[in-house]
Ligand binder design. Structure first.
Ligand code: ATP
Ligand code: CA
Ligand code: CA
Length: 434
C-alpha cells in the first residue's frame, strides 16, 4: 500500500506517468490560454485534442523527456470552468507544472484511483475509470450550466479532463480538481459522509495509529457530531446542497459523499506544523515514516509566512462577529495566495466556512467541505449490487440505492446533522424529557 503524500521524484515508480501528465497539462493548457477568448460552441463540449510528445518535438509540441500521447478533452469548456471558478491562468500552470513535484496519495478508496497533489497542494489529480471519463464528457454541458448558475456549488470543481498514454501502456484518464482542504491549516478531523450506515465505519481502534484517518457515518453518529451552523449559514449551505443534489439526481449519479475537514480554532495550527501534509492528506489514514515526511517537506519561507498570517487571521476571525453573509466577498484576501477565495460563500472564512452559533456569531470550528466522488453513474453494476445487498440488509441503508433515493437519503441526512450547538442541546434535552 502506498504511503501518504510521498514526493514523486525520479526514483518513484510513477514518476514518468506523473511527469507526462504535468507536461501534457502544461502544453495543452498554455495552448488554449494563448488564444483569444470566445463564446463556447456546441462542438466545444465534444472536442478533443491529441498531441504526440517525443524527444525531438515539432512546431506544435515541444520536446519532452519521454515518448507519450496526450489528449485534452473539451479544452475551451474547462478554460471557461477555470475562469468561472476564478482561477488565475498563470497561477494554475505554476501550481501544476512549476517544478514537476507532486505528491502521491496512492489509492485511498476502493476504486483503485490514484491521487496526486500539486506541489502547493491546491489541486488534486485523480485518475478515473474509463466509464467515469465517458460519463463526465456526457454530462459536461449540464455540469457547466450548473456551475454557471451556481458559482457556489459544493460539487467537485473540475478544471481539466485529460488522458495520457505511454508506449505499450494503458490509457490513463484523469481529472484535475480542487483540493478541499487548505494547505495552510491543520485539519483535526475528516469525515466522508454518505448518509448510509452499511460499511460506513472506520475502526476507531486504528485511530491511535492513524489519527488523521477519514472517518465515516457511523463514527460521526457515535461522536454525536454536528455541522454547527447558525440560522443564516445553515440556510445558505442547505439551499446550495439541495440544488447540487437535484442535479446529481437528475444525472443519475450516486455514491458521492460529503467530505468535511474540521479545523478546531482552539487547537490551532500548532500540533504538527512540521508536516502538514500528514494532517491534510491522509484519507486512508496511512502514516508516513519520518523519511517520507521529510521528503514531502519542501517548505519555502513563504509557506511559513502563510502559516503565521493564517494564525493572525484566525485571531481576527475569532474577534469578528457576526460573520458576513450573502455576497461573500467580504473576506479580504489577506493571505496573498488564494487560500481564501473571495466571492465564494463556502470559502469565505480563510478558505473555509466557519461554524456559527444559533445567533450567527462565530464558533470554534472552521469547516472545509464539499461533495466529492460524483462521477458514478447508476448503471448496470450498481443495479446488480443493489439486488445482492438487498437480500441481506435493510434496503434503505445500503449505499447502492437508485439515484433518486440516494440523493434524498443523502440530503436528509445532511440536513439532519446541520444544527447549531444550541439547537442540538435543545433537541437532546427534549429527547430526555420524552
Ligand atoms: P471509492 O469509489 O472507493 O469511494 P475513490 O477512489 O473514488 O474511492 P474518492 O471517494 O473520490 O475516491 O476519495 C477518497 C478519499 O480521498 C476521500 O474520502 C477524501 O479523504 C480524499 N479526497 C477525495 N477528493 C478530495 C478532494 N477534492 N479534496 C480533499 N480530499 C479529497
Ligand atoms: Ca468515495
Ligand atoms: Ca468512486
Amino acid at each position: 500500500r502506498v504511503l501518504v503524500g510521498i514526493k514523486v521524484d525520479e526514483s518513484h515508480a510513477n514518476w514518468v506517468t506523473a511527469y507526462n501528465m504535468l507536461t501534457g497539462i502544461r502544453v495543452s493548457v498554455s495552448r488554449t490560454n494563448a488564444k483569444l477568448d470566445r463564446e463556447l460552441t456546441n462542438a466545444d463540449f465534444e472536442a478533443k485534442q491529441k498531441s504526440t510528445f517525443d524527444i525531438t518535438g515539432n512546431e506544435l509540441v515541444p520536446s519532452a523527456k519521454y515518448d507519450f500521447k496526450f489528449k485534452d478533452y473539451a479544452p475551451w469548456v474547462f478554460r471557461r470552468l477555470r475562469s468561472l471558478f476564478r482561477l488565475d491562468p498563470a497561477d494554475y500552470l505554476m501550481s501544476l507544472t512549476g517544478k514537476y513535484i507532486l505528491s502521491e496519495l496512492g489509492s485511498p478508496g476502493k476504486s483503485g484511483s490514484f491521487f496526486y497533489f500539486s506541489r502547493d497542494y491546491k489541486y488534486i489529480i485523480k485518475t478515473i475509470h474509463h466509464a467515469e471519463h465517458k460519463f463526465l464528457r456526457k454530462v459536461l454541458r449540464d455540469y457547466y450550466n450548473h456551475v454557471q448558475s451556481n458559482p457556489n456549488t459544493l460539487l467537485s470543481q473540475f478544471y481539466g479532463l485529460h488522458r495520457v498514454k505511454m508506449p505499450y501502456g494503458k490509457k490513463i484518464h484523469f481529472v484535475v480538481m480542487n483540493n478541499l482542504f487548505p494547505p495552510h491549516r491543520d485539519i483535526h478531523a475528516t469525515f466522508d459522509l454518505k448518509g448510509s450506515t452499511v460499511g460506513r465505519d472506520y475502526k476507531e481502534d486504528d485511530l491511535a495509529k492513524n489519527p488523521r484517518a477519514t472517518l465515516k457515518d457511523l463514527n460521526w453518529r457515535r461522536r454525536q457530531q454536528h455541522l454547527e451552523l447558525g440560522i443564516q449559514k445553515k440556510r445558505l449551505f442547505l439551499e446550495q446542497l439541495r440544488k447540487d443534489v437535484e442535479l446529481l439526481k437528475r444525472l443519475h449519479i450516486m455514491d458521492y459523499s460529503l467530505l468535511i475537514g474540521i479545523h478546531d480554532l482552539s487547537r490551532g495550527n500548532e500540533e504538527n506544523l512540521r508536516d502538514k501534509t500528514l494532517q491534510i492528506f491522509n484519507p486512508g489514514g496511512q502514516k508516513a515514516s519520518t523519511d517520507e515526511t521529510s521528503s514531502v517537506l519542501l517548505r519555502t519561507p513563504s509557506k511559513m509566512e502563510n502559516v503565521r498570517k493564517a494564525r493572525e487571521l484566525r485571531e481576527k476571525i475569532r474577534q469578528e462577529r457576526p460573520v458576513p453573509i450573502g455576497p461573500a466577498d467580504k473576506m479580504p484576501n489577506e493571505l496573498g495566495e488564494t487560500h481564501s477565495r473571495p466571492g465564494f460563500v463556502f470559502n469565505q472564512d480563510d478558505g473555509g466556512f466557519q461554524a456559527t452559533h444559533e445567533d450567527n456569531s462565530p464558533a470554534e470550528e472552521v469547516y472545509y467541505l464539499g461533495v466529492i466522488d460524483c462521477l458514478t453513474h447508476y448503471g448496470v453494476i450498481k443495479k446488480i449490487e443493489h439486488f445482492w445487498k438487498g437480500l441481506s440488509n435493510d434496503g434503505s441503508q445500503i449505499s447502492a440505492l437508485p439515484p433518486e433515493q440516494y440523493g434524498d437519503r443523502f440530503y436528509n441526512f445532511v440536513e439532519g446533522i446541520t444544527v447549531s450547538a444550541e439547537e442540538a442541546r435543545r433537541k437532546a434535552l427534549q429527547k430526555e424529557r420524552e
